[in-house]
Write a protein of this length. Structure first.
Length: 272
């Protein structure tokens, strides 16, 4: 605990080179408002460094190319096993090296460079408020434009993002790379309001990470390719930080075709 009585937290940014859908994604260049290009991993690092009162920020990787990139912009590295199947396993593996660095571990996945840094303190508050939760993660009410982006990608056979549905207590029922809930072709604006986009930020209790890596991947986790489904399979509650639609499109970098869309938003927001 910090002197304020709030839990301490550290940020780990898991990064692997061998992505199935987008190899080398952490090193993909994104041009900002000034015209300067920065790698996705650098933009993730700069986002993390904006969060006040953080006990430390590390990039967790097993790839020398990512190590060189991170050292190039002055970031910290923690080396992890190449056998880590996902970012959550990589965070757990990083903790074996780092030790007891904080009460809460934040996994800032680099797929969503348009995620506001202000989400992280709010996410930790959400985890603290829900004593039953093993992990907390954001769910953003998708704008009509964001839903259209998801629908367009789905029609082209691409994954545009991850959606989530929740119970009355604000805990996750299910995550999917499909658009949930189902939207009829004759969908009305109120139907779109029920779509929540999951952002790739997680706040874990360290004990939950230990439980997570103690068991193999769940069947649904393997089918969807979504690591957070292992928590639900294990019966570990996932608390959702619910956010109204943001005033910009929170587009994830899942496909090379997302690069110009994200660059448009960076320019519009004046982010260098």
């Amino acid at each position: 605990m910090t002197t304020s009585g709030k839990p301490s937290f550290a940020i780990i940014i898991p990064a692997r080179y061998a992505s199935t859908r987008y190899p080398g994604k952490p090193l993909a260049k994104l041009k900002g408002a000034s015209g300067i290009s920065k790698s996705l991993i650098q933009r993730s690092w700069e986002c993390a460094m904006q969060v006040p009162d953080c006990a430390g920020v590390w990039v967790a990787t097993d790839d020398d190319r990512i190590v060189a990139e991170v050292h190039g912009f002055g970031g910290q590295i923690v080396m992890t096993s190449p056998d880590c199947a996902n970012g959550t396993e990589r965070c757990a593996d990083a903790l074996r090296t780092l030790g007891n660095v904080a009460d809460v571990i934040v996994n800032l996945q680099g797929d969503a460079p348009l995620s506001p840094a202000s989400l992280i303190p709010a996410l930790i508050d959400r985890l603290t408020a829900d004593a039953t939760a093993a992990m907390a993660t954001p769910a953003v009410r998708a704008s009509a434009q964001t839903v259209q982006h998801l629908l367009t990608d789905a029609a082209a056979g691409r994954v545009g993002g991850t959606t989530v549905v929740m119970n009355a207590a604000g805990q996750a029922l299910y995550f999917s790379k499909a658009i949930i809930p189902y939207i009829p072709r004759t969908g009305k604006p109120q139907d779109l309001a029920d779509v929540h986009l999951h952002l790739g930020i997680y706040a874990y209790r360290p004990s939950a990470l230990e439980q997570y890596v103690a068991l193999p991947p769940s069947p649904l986790e393997l089918v969807e390719g979504l690591e957070q489904l292992r928590f639900l399979h294990l019966g570990l509650p996932v608390s959702l930080l619910q956010i109204d639609a943001l005033p910009w499109n929170v587009i994830e970098l899942n496909n090379p075709s997302d690069v110009p869309l994200i660059e448009t938003e960076l320019a519009r927001l004046g982010i260098d």
